[in-house]
Design a protein around this ligand. Structure first.
Ligand SMILES: [Zn+2]
Ligand SMILES: [Zn+2]
Length: 491
């Protein structure tokens, strides 16, 4: 009897399986029509949103208007928005649908200080010393939201089971907003997360990044008349200088891919005839894994202690929230995104945009050949997969909690440096909007793939578990005091 039952199930399976595959395929084709059709008709909507955020550049954890605009647009389009998550007023999670799979999309929206710039192809601040979107996060957030709404239009029409979540993550620039999402367990139960970044090319992300710790050393000494009573003074600036000198000697004896950089944030007084009682230096330490990172940090801490001892000063160490892991890549996920990036293709600038780009390119001596690269998608390069890129991103902490697939789309003029006036300028024009719409289409196609065929998640999860290691347990490397919500407030 049992055997017969299996034969019957087998026969039914032969009949049902091809039918469901066919239905799945049809839903997928329809999904692409709905989602891409929506995005093709929405240039004006997203041009307006990105330019509104661009015009009100807000710094990390202070992105009140930018975050509210994206939240309102998601709510107007049927997402349930939870704001102020993980104790960050500008953080949000917008959810549509129910059940599995659960697919997430990351959205950023913070700007940088000192990068105010008009949309002209030459350097001209709108407000001298003001903020500007030099990393294109107004495009990043808007593109993520556009993609999510396009996917939702399909989920709703085709009545597909599954959950879509947009993570509105503030303060990417130094505040490590995503670390607190990870620490708060907001990625638990999420199957995969999609991520992109504005750039001057179209490519999947195949490079990993450095882990980073941010720390401030504050030296205290004794003020005194520098000529009259020098013996009574202890110079805090001497403490800073001695520390920096030791760290510069240390540099030669750390792994060659590690990085240490510092700025003196309090130079210790204004006049040479007063022995400075207070001085402060702010450090970033970066390394390819957290073990090396903490090893170097200990040596830098020792340099601070040694400097204090030698100069008769005292030092306090204040580790900041922008402490992040190295990025964990996912090969099957990257390959899936590559396929969709190629389907979406490169970006076509019209005559006006090309002329504008050419003028910006003149400021960086960039050739027409390099400019033309925005029209194409970079081929997947197996050899470069896993190579180290000497920067850091808070997407990394997400990538140890859930498989993350990342790519870049051309929203800037090739040849422009990162965090530059050129990127603020181009990003604020239709060049930026075209790039963000391409990114949103890659989001849509990839999410449609995953929702309509969740078996695609299996190799992604296997790769993720293998890369993390069997007994991996995520412990954030931020100090246990929550986000520094005022790290960008000038005091
Ligand atoms: Zn940046
Ligand atoms: Zn960025």
């Amino acid at each position: 009897m049992i055997g017969n039952k299996f034969v019957l199930i087998g026969i039914l399976g032969l009949f049902v399986l091809p039918m469901s595959l066919k239905a799945q395929k049809q839903k997928k084709i329809k999904g692409e029509e709905i989602a891409i059709g929506y995005l093709n008709n929405s240039f004006d909507t997203y041009d307006k949103i990105q330019k509104t955020i661009w015009s009100t550049p807000e710094l990390g954890f202070l992105e009140v208007k930018s975050s509210a605009l994206l939240q309102a647009h998601l709510a107007d389009n049927g997402f349930k928005v939870e704001k102020g998550v993980v104790g960050i007023p500008t953080a949000f999670v917008a959810t549509y649908g129910s059940g599995s799979p659960v697919i997430g999309i990351l959205a950023e929206f913070d700007a940088l200080n000192g990068l105010s710039q008009d949309t002209v192809p030459y350097q001209k601040a709108l407000i001298p010393g003001g903020n500007g979107h030099g990393c294109g996060h107004q495009l990043l957030g808007t593109g993520a939201v556009a993609g999510a709404i396009a996917i939702k239009k399909w989920l709703e029409k085709a009545q597909i089971k599954g959950t879509l979540k947009v993570f509105g993550t503030p303060a990417e620039e130094g505040g490590g907003g995503k670390v607190f999402f990870a620490q708060g367990g907001l990625f638990n139960g999420v199957d995969a997360v999609l991520d992109w970044h504005p750039a001057s090319r179209n490519a999947v992300r195949t490079e990993t990044s450095l882990a980073r710790i941010s720390i401030i050393y504050h030296f205290s000494g004794k003020a005194a008349h520098a000529a009259g009573n020098p013996e009574k003074g202890r110079s805090a600036l001497d403490g800073v200088e001695a520390m920096n000198q030791m760290v510069n000697a240390l540099r030669e004896h750390i792994p060659s891919d590690a990085r240490i950089h510092y700025v003196i944030t309090n130079g210790g007084g204004l006049s040479p005839n007063v022995v400075p009682a207070e001085a402060e230096v702010s450090y970033y330490v970066r390394a390819k894994n957290t073990e090396e990172l903490f090893d170097i940090l200990k040596r830098v801490d020792n340099a601070a202690d040694g400097a204090a001892l030698g100069t008769g000063t005292t030092v306090t160490k204040n580790r900041l929230g922008g402490a992040i892991y190295p990025l964990l890549l996912n090969k099957p996920f990257t390959k899936l995104i590559q396929k969709n990036l190629e389907r979406v293709g490169g970006i076509e600038w019209d005559e006006r945009e090309s002329a504008y780009a050419k003028k910006i390119a003149e400021t960086t001596n960039t050739s027409q050949e390099d400019l033309d690269k925005v029209k194409t998608v970079k081929k997947y390069d197996e050899d470069s997969f896993g190579r180290l890129s000497p920067g850091s991103t808070d997407v990394a902490d997400v990538s140890w909690n859930v498989p993350v697939g990342s790519f870049v789309a051309a929203t800037f003029v090739p040849g422009s440096p990162g965090h530059s006036w050129q990127n603020v300028a181009a990003g604020g024009t239709s060049i930026g909007t075209k790039g963000l719409l391409n990114a949103s289409k890659v989001f849509a196609l990839t999410a449609i793939d995953l929702f309509s065929d969740p078996t695609l998640l299996e190799p992604i999860k296997t790769d993720f578990n293998k890369s993390r290691g069997k007994d991996f347990k995520y412990t954030p490397i931020v100090p246990d005091k929550g986000p520094e919500l005022d790290y960008r407030v000038i005091k």
